[in-house]
Design a binder for this molecule. Sequence first.
Ligand code: NAP
Length: 245
Amino acid sequence: MLTDQVAIITGAGRGIGRVIALTLAEQGANVLINDVDEESAQRVAAEIEQHGHESLAFVADVTDEAQIERMVQAALDKWGRVDILVNNAGITRDNLLVRMKEDQWDAVLDVNLKGAFICSKVVARPMMKARGGRIINIASVVGLIGNVGQANYSAAKGGLIALTKTTARELAGRGITCNAVAPGFIETAMTQQLSEEAREALLGQVPLARPGTAEDVAAVVAFLASSEAEYITGQVINVDGGMVM
Ligand code: NAP
C-alpha cells in the first residue's frame, strides 16, 4: 500500500500514465496528474477524486524547467512531500534514419529524455531532504534492441535507461531508488496508429501472443513504488510478454 504517499506522474492525461495514476491512487497515494493538455489532466484528476482519493491536475511541459519547478512546488504546497516520480510523458515522431528531420530528432529527445532529466533533478531536492523517494522511468524495449523507423525514440529510451542507472548511483546514499520499466507492445493510442500488418508483425515477436495493457505496466510501477521494492535500484524491468529475453 502507498497510503498518504505523494506521487507525480508525467503525461498522465491518457494512456499508460492515466492507468498508473489510477493504480497508485487505488493503493492510497495522493496523485499529481501532469500533462500538457489541461482537459485530459482535469478529467483524470476528477476520476481519481470520484473514487475518494486526493488528486491535483497540473499543466506543465516536462521540457520546461521553470514549469516543472512550479509543478513540484504545487505538490509540496498541497501535501508537504513528494515520495514518487513517474517519468511517463513520451512522444514518437517516426521516420527512417535517412529521412529523419532534425526537428523530429529534437522533439523526441526533448520530451522522452530531457524531460525525465529535468523532472528527476527538480524532484531530487525534496527527496534528498526527506532521505527517501522513488523515481520510475518509463522506457521501452526499443531502448534495448532498437527499432526500424525509430532512431530518435530508441536513442531517447536507451539514454533514459542510462540516466536511470546514473540517477540510481547518485541518489542511493540518500535512500532514493531509481528504476526503469521497459514496456513492449502495449495497447494505447500510441500503438493504435499502427497498420494491421505492423500489428501482426509485432505480435509475432511476443511469446505470450497478446499485446500488453496499461494495467500490466502500472502493476510493475506500483510494485517498484512500494516498500517491498526498497532493495531494487538501477534496474530495467521489461513488461513485454517475453519479446526481449
Ligand atoms: P500516450 O497515450 O501518447 O500518452 C502520452 C502522454 O504524454 C499524453 O497524455 C501526452 O499529452 C503527454 N505528453 C506529451 N508531451 C508532453 C510534455 N512535453 N509534457 C507533459 N506531458 C506530455 O502514450 P502511451 O502509449 O501511454 O505511452 C506512455 C509512455 O510509455 C511513453 O513514455 C511511451 O514512450 C512509453 N511506451 C509506450 C509503449 C506503447 O506500446 N504504448 C511501449 C513502450 C513504451 P498530449 O497527448 O495531450 O500531448
